[in-house]
Structures are given as C-alpha cells and as structure tokens.
Design a protein around this ligand. Sequence first.
Ligand code: MG
Length: 207
Amino acid sequence: MIYKHIILDLEGTLFTSEKFKERTAQLAIECVSDFFDITLESSDILINSKKKELQLLNGYKPALSFSLLQLGISLNNWASYQSKAEFTDIINFNQGLNSFIKELSSKYNLILYTNMCSELSFKILQHLQIRKYFDPIITPQYLGTVKPNLEVVNHLINNKIIDITTTISVGDRYEIDITPFVKLGGKGFLVNQEKSLYSLKYFLNEK
Ligand SMILES: [Mg+2]
C-alpha cells in the first residue's frame, strides 16, 4: 500500500499527558458552570451525565468537545476557556517526536486534525516545534464541527486536499479519529499501549 496523506490527531497521539487532560476537564467544568450559572460541582455532574447519555446512545466514550456542544456550549465559548490552559510545564519538547514528524513530512502530506481549539493547538504545536510540518491544521473552527464527522472528511476529499484511497488516519480513539476515514474508504492506525506512534513507520512500509 502506498500512502500519500497522513491525518494525525493531537492529544493522546502526538503527546500524552494526564495532567493536561485534567486541566482541560477542569476548564470544561468552569465553562459549563459560568454558562448555566451553576456551581462547579453541579457542572461536573452535568458534564458527566451528558457523557454517559452520549456513550449509551453511540456506544463509545464521547469526546469532551462533543459533549459540551451537546450541552449547548458554542465552539467559541469553549475555545475561550481552552485557550486559558497552561501546558508548557506538563508537555515537554520531545526531540524524538520532532525528528519523527520531520522525517514523515518529507515523504507524506501531513494533516493535523484535532478537537482542540485553534489557539491552543497552534501554541502546543509551536511548543513541540512541529507546526510547520502540517498543512492544513484542522480544528473545530475549520468547518465549525468536532470529531467524529464525515462532513470534514468529505470536504477534504471534495476539495482534493486528500485522495481517500491513499489516506491513513492516526489517532488514539478509534470511533473518533479513525471511523469517519475508514467509512469513506481510507485506512486507520490506532495508537495505543501496544502500538506507539513511532511504530507507524513499520506499518507504512508494509507492502
Ligand atoms: Mg486523541
């Protein structure tokens, strides 16, 4: 198989940080608390019940951004909270990641696709010194939607940004990062404890 386009997820794929996850979850609680004018505790309960409801409905754990949208929070509102996230103390610059992405970018068209807002995504990519390797960088602000979403994949196909038959989507959540691409004819690579991002190299070289 010859691949040309690699779609990469950001959090959980290009970096993993439990502390970052906790900070983002805390910001979501603050966002919902301000929006509905409820206590932080009630906000936490509300978010969790929405997540459970969506999980029952769809059969998998929903993305945080998706759960907030379903609660009626706008993308812009949520983005303004996400932008407050501090991360430089918990996400370290990684030379290995930098070299890996640089090498991949010399052979493939790299596209970043994340549910994190533009401002925070750009800052993290800048911090990791890999922003220049991705084009385009797709955030919820790109088409006003969050993952999983067929509309975004169709947009990429229809605008000839990708040829789906030579596209592989890489992420840590199958239903969210990979399913939409596979549904339309692409391939997927799930990053997990057994298969690190770096083993993608071997997968790409398999005939
Ligand atoms: Mg992820």
